[in-house]
Write a protein that binds this ligand. Structure first.
Ligand code: GRF
Length: 199
């Protein structure tokens, strides 16, 4: 067995995708170790999930008047200290500039609860449901992609999967289905990346 891939996971909130990675590492579905979790919000519940799993977790709040590139350069230093193989943006609700990204080419992956080119940014699930109800789309989906630059929810696609929408769906029922699909797709994608790059 090769050495586990080292993952740093960046979060802003609930951390259900972080939990999916924690579980997949624990049950050996993923030959990986989460070496650090960083949140940009103090109250991100994912921090609790990390601590319960004995994973080093820290909060990095933007300082008042700190320029974006300063925060990002500082965040890059913190992340680099973990020497990660992959950096996973799992519900990280902050755009990363090149001041961060230039340090980790081909190593940053993002998860988005919509298909490529559809509903970038926030409230993607809500917007998909509204477009479905307006007859504009027949389904939605989720994707995992590399993050080469500052474009929002955009970059070389690693994997994507369709998620059906039903007439009786409400935001909670659709959100639940989309999140299930995200957890699965994220783990499948990490498995593929790790198998391909750490064999
Ligand atoms: C996910 O839908 C992710 O795609 C989006 O924010 C949500 C985070 O969920 N960017 P969680 O914090 O992993 O539960």
């Amino acid at each position: 067995m090769k050495k586990p891939a080292k993952l740093v996971v960046l979060i802003s909130g609930n951390g259900s995708n972080l939990q999916a990675i924690i579980d997949a590492c624990a049950n050996k579905q993923l030959n990986a170790e989460i070496v650090g979790v960083i949140a940009n919000k103090e109250n991100a519940y994912g921090l609790e999930r990390a601590r319960k799993a004995d994973i080093p977790a820290l909060v990095k709040l933007p300082l008042a008047q700190q320029e974006r590139h300063e925060y990002d350069a500082d965040l890059a230093k913190t992340v680099a200290a973990y020497q990660p193989d992959w950096i996973v943006l799992a519900g990280w609700m902050r755009i990363l500039s090149l001041a961060f990204l230039k340090h980790f080419p081909h190593k940053v992956i993002n998860l988005h609860p919509a298909l490529p080119g559809m509903f970038p940014g926030t409230k993607a699930i809500e917007r998909a449901l509204a477009d479905f109800q307006a007859g504009k789309i027949k389904h939605t989906g989720v994707m995992v992609h590399l993050v080469p630059d500052e474009d929002i929810d955009c970059g070389p696609i690693l994997n994507q999967v369709n998620v059906p929408i039903y007439l009786e769906d409400t935001l909670p029922t659709l959100a639940e289905r989309v999140h299930q699909a995200e957890h699965q797709l994220l783990i499948d994608t990490l498995c593929q990346l790790i198998t391909k790059n750490h064999a």
